[in-house]
Design a protein around this ligand. Structure first.
Ligand SMILES: CC(C)(COP(=O)(O)OP(=O)(O)OC[C@H]1O[C@@H](n2cnc3c(N)ncnc32)[C@H](O)[C@@H]1O)[C@@H](O)C(=O)NCCC(=O)NCCS
Ligand SMILES: Nc1ncnc2c1ncn2[C@@H]1O[C@H](COP(=O)(O)OP(=O)(O)OP(=O)(O)O)[C@@H](O)[C@H]1O
Length: 200
C-alpha cells in the first residue's frame, strides 16, 4: 500500500524545497509544475490551444512557450489566468493520474504529489495526507521577488492569484513552517517521515 502525500503551499513558499528534501530519501515526486511544462512543449496540443487563445505573441523565436511573457499576462488578469488553467488543468490532471497509477502499481511506500493548486483543484481527494509548506507573507514576498526578479507589486499580484496561504494551512493535516533555515525545514520533514515510519 502506498501512502500518497499531497504537498502544497503558496507561490514561493517552499514546495520544491521540501519535495527535494523528500526526494533525497528516494521517494518519487509527481510534480505538477514539471508536468505543466511537459504538456505545453513544442508540438503538443497544449501549446496549440494556448497559442490560439493568447496569440502567437506568447511564443519565443524558436517556437517554445515564452513563460515569462505568459506569466506577466495571466498573473495580472484573473480572467486570463482562469482561461489558462482551464486549458492546462485537465492536461496536467491526466498525466498526474497516469503517474499515480504507475507508482502505486510499483508498490512505492510513499508517493509525493506536489501540486500548487492541490486544494483549488480538489487533488486532496487523491491524497492520504496533506502537507502545506507555510511561510509568513513578508518572507513569501521577499523570496518571490528575489527568485523571480519581480517588483513588490508584481509579486503581490502572483500571491493574490492563489488562495491565501493561511486558508491552505487550516486545511492541511501537516504544516511545515519554512520561515526559518533550510535545516529547520529539513528537521520537520524528518519528523514527518519518522511519524509515518518512512525514514530510511
Ligand atoms: C503562467 C506560467 C507560464 C508561468 O511560468 P513560470 O515558469 O514563470 O512559473 P512556474 O510554472 O514555475 O509556476 C510558478 C508558480 O506559479 C504558480 N502558478 C502556476 N500556475 C498557476 C495557476 N494556474 N494558478 C495559480 N497559480 C499558478 C504556482 O505556485 C507555481 O508553483 C506557468 O505557471 C503555467 O503554465 N501555468 C499554468 C499551469 C498550471 O495551471 N500550473 C499549476 C499546476 S496545478
Ligand atoms: N528555508 C529557506 N530559507 C531560505 N530560502 C529558502 C528557504 N526555503 C525556500 N527558499 C528559497 O525560496 C524560494 C522559493 O522556494 P521554492 O522554489 O522551493 O518554492 P515553491 O513553493 O516550490 O515555489 P513555486 O510555487 O513558485 O514553484 C527559492 O528561491 C528557494 O531557494
Amino acid at each position: 500500500m502506498s501512502l500518497i502525500l499531497g504537498l502544497t503551499g503558496g507561490i514561493a513558499s517552499g514546495k520544491s524545497t521540501v519535495s527535494r528534501q523528500l526526494a533525497k530519501y528516494g521517494y518519487p515526486i509527481v510534480d505538477a509544475d514539471v508536468i505543466a511544462r511537459q504538456v505545453v512543449e513544442p508540438g503538443t496540443i497544449g501549446l496549440r490551444l494556448l497559442t490560439s487563445l493568447f496569440s502567437p505573441a506568447i511564443l519565443t523565436a524558436d517556437g517554445g512557450l515564452d513563460r515569462a511573457k505568459l506569466g506577466q499576462i495571466v498573473f495580472a488578469d484573473r480572467r486570463q489566468l482562469a482561461q489558462l488553467t482551464a486549458i492546462t488543468g485537465p492536461l496536467i490532471r491526466q498525466v498526474i493520474n497516469q503517474q499515480l497509477v504507475a507508482l502505486k502499481h510499483a508498490g512505492q511506500p510513499l508517493i509525493v504529489l506536489d501540486v500548487p493548486l492541490l486544494f483549488e483543484g480538489h487533488y486532496q481527494q487523491n491524497a492520504d495526507v496533506t502537507m502545506v509548506v507555510y511561510v509568513n507573507t513578508a518572507v513569501q514576498l521577499q523570496r518571490l521577488m528575489a527568485r523571480n526578479h519581480l517588483t513588490a507589486a508584481a509579486a503581490k499580484q502572483r500571491i493574490a492569484s492563489q488562495w491565501p496561504l493561511i486558508a491552505k494551512r487550516q486545511l492541511a493535516d501537516v504544516v511545515v513552517d519554512n520561515d526559518q533555515t533550510l535545516a529547520a525545514t529539513q528537521q520537520q520533514v524528518v519528523d514527518f517521515l519518522t511519524q509515518y515510519d518512512l525514514q530510511k
